[in-house]
Design a protein around this ligand. Structure first.
Ligand SMILES: Nc1ncnc2c1ncn2[C@@H]1O[C@H](COP(=O)(O)OP(=O)(O)OP(=O)(O)O)[C@@H](O)[C@H]1O
Length: 539
């Protein structure tokens, strides 16, 4: 059994072959070049149980995402009689009497509800509010399966500017505190949905159904703010595409089949356009059917969608199966950008809170850097060094507000606080930039002085070498009185006649001492410069 979560999934029964085998089987009849290869995230063989579908289809991850605030959808697609309803809800007789909760035939919806409540029970730090609705689209009319009324009045599908999507007006949304409430919604809807029979299925769905569970999760954050996320999960059981010749539909069933096929065709156009990189940003004909209006968000919005393609491997159904396989692999190419749905006011508060926190941190950091410079500055001043640094303002104009108090502020006050922080941080940034520029200049000066020092040291060495080699007549002070080893203002001269003698003769004390004496080297360098430029006579 494959174990990968994914958006595309294939289920078939009765015959042990998958989509790839199907193509190979056909190829023996036709040309070898006609082999069709399709790839899906998971392929379920006939032996797969309902539990396997829950474990390996990826639906568990989808439910977790719905709890985290994403808009999720799981839908079954395929020709009539291929097992869509069986996969989602199990056989229809499950809902006739009192349901047996341990029946292994229960489908994906029932199992997902159990899994959902298990997850919710484990997340004690959240408060959950669950609501469910169940509708069907029958002959392009939207009917509330939880409140169909005696005449099965249809509801209007409208566009919401606020949410930027379509919604069904006056649809019943039932509070579901317990698992039983959700199961009751499922049972009620299954009892009310339109079912008919034709040559290919005794219990054929004559409508598309959408069961939606809205999950609002509330959590108290560190700052005391309550954050709520609005996730949802749609379970969509599409009516099967029908070749009316095969189903031998007539009268009412024929009208139903035409409407089913028409809406599936529009769904096909939408999927084809969305999966084509050139067309996906163009016009998508969502408005051409009620089904695509209500699935628009799942197909291309900010949601996550799991598609389960159901096929019949019988040779008799080859054309329909190939169609479904193509449909599913096209749908697999659609890319959505899932986002967590939050209350806009709470999302604003959360983002402002995040801004304040990061600005506060930046503020602290900038202040500490400035403080460091300030200390350095005072130290230098103390040592008598002249440093031209700007004085640093210790105090700030920011109101000191504790994080716990933030929830009490309304969004305009929060925005004002963010503005103040931004102004203050901008000023601190500028001050810091100035200090860094000064620092850079000082470092550059220091480097120049060092280089100059090195140059002079080298010169000094050269001079010393010459002095050592030359016989030296004792130094005669010419400028101020020279003391000890210092040669400032000392004239050194050599007598050419004494050259030979000089090698044996003792070096003058001043020179010897100077080469051994490294203290006050900087002053010596200055002195030597003087000598080289003015007084020294070297023969
Ligand atoms: N995996 C399966 N294992 C056993 N029986 C199955 C399986 N899939 C489908 N069936 C049986 O096949 C019949 C048709 O299945 P189902 O009604 O689920 O098809 P459908 O795709 O929903 O058809 P329609 O589009 O007409 O509603 C049912 O009797 C169902 O119990």
């Amino acid at each position: 059994m494959p174990k990968r979560d994914g958006i595309g999934m294939l289920r078939y029964y009765n015959f042990p072959i998958d989509g790839r085998h199907m193509a190979h089987q056909q190829q023996s009849n036709n040309n070898r070049d006609n082999v069709k290869v399709f790839t899906y995230n998971v392929v379920f063989e006939p032996g797969a149980t309902q539990d396997d579908i829950l474990d390996y289809s990826g639906i568990k991850r989808i439910i977790e995402m719905a709890i985290e605030g994403f808009s999720c959808t799981a839908f079954c697609y395929g020709q009539t009689g291929s097992g869509k309803t069986h996969t989602l809800t199990g056989p229809p007789d499950l809902f006739l009497g009192k349901p047996n909760l341990t029946d292994p035939r229960h489908g994906l919806i029932f199992r997902s509800f159990v899994y959902l409540f298990r997850l919710i029970k484990n997340r004690k730090d959240f408060h959950f509010i669950l609501k469910a609705s169940f509708l069907e689209i029958y002959n392009e009319r939207v009917i509330d399966l939880l409140n169909p009324g005696s005449v099965r009045q249809s509801l209007a599908v409208r566009w919401s500017k606020k949410s930027g999507g379509f919604f069904v007006e006056n649809l019943f949304n039932v509070d579901c505190q317990e698992l039983d409430d959700l199961l009751a919604v499922l049972e009620e809807g299954m009892r009310n949905r339109a079912v008919g029979s034709h040559a290919m299925n005794d219990h054929s769905s004559r409508s598309h159904t959408i069961l939606t569970v809205h999950i609002v999760s509330e959590q108290q954050t560190d700052g005391g703010v309550f954050l709520s996320k609005h996730g949802k999960i749609n379970f969509v059981d599409l009516a099967g595409s029908e070749l009316t010749k095969k189903t031998m539909s007539a009268g009412k069933t024929l009208e139903e089949a035409n409407n089913i096929n028409k809406s599936l065709m529009v769904l096909g156009y939408c999927i084809a356009s969305l999966s084509d990189n050139k067309k996906r940003f163009g016009h998508i004909p969502y408005r051409d059917s009620q089904l695509t209006k209500l699935l628009a968000d799942s197909l291309a919005g900010n949601g996550v969608t799991l598609m389960i393609a159901c096929v019949s491997p019988a040779r008799y159904n080859f054309a329909e199966t190939l169609n479904t396989l193509r449909y599913a692999s096209r749908a697999k190419r659609i890319r959505t950008k899932p986002v967590i749905m939050m209350d806009p006011r709470e999302a604003l508060i959360l983002s402002l809170k995040r801004d304040i926190k990061s600005l506060e941190m930046e503020n602290e950091h900038l202040k500490s850097v400035l403080h460091l410079h300030h200390e350095l500055n005072s130290q230098r001043k103390h040592e008598g060094e002249e440093v031209d640094l700007q004085q640093i303002g210790e105090s700030t104009n920011l109101p000191k507000i504790h994080m716990e108090r933030l929830p009490e502020l309304d969004s305009s006050e929060l925005a004002e606080l963010v503005k103040l922080y931004m102004q203050e941080n901008e000023a601190l940034r500028q001050e810091n930039n100035h200090l860094f520029t000064v620092r850079e200049t000082i470092l550059r000066d220091q480097e120049i002085v060092c280089r100059e020092n090195e140059r002079l040291l080298k010169k000094l060495e050269d001079v010393n070498k010459v002095c050592i080699r030359s016989p030296v007549i004792p130094a005669r002070p010419v400028l101020s009185s020279a003391s000890g080893s210092e040669i400032i203002g000392t004239e050194i001269w050599t007598n050419p006649q004494d050259m030979e003698e000089s090698e044996e003769s003792e070096r003058p004390a001043s020179t010897v001492q100077q080469t051994q004496h490294n203290d006050g080297i900087a002053r010596n360098i200055l002195g030597m410069e003087n000598i080289l430029n003015n007084n020294t006579v070297i023969h």
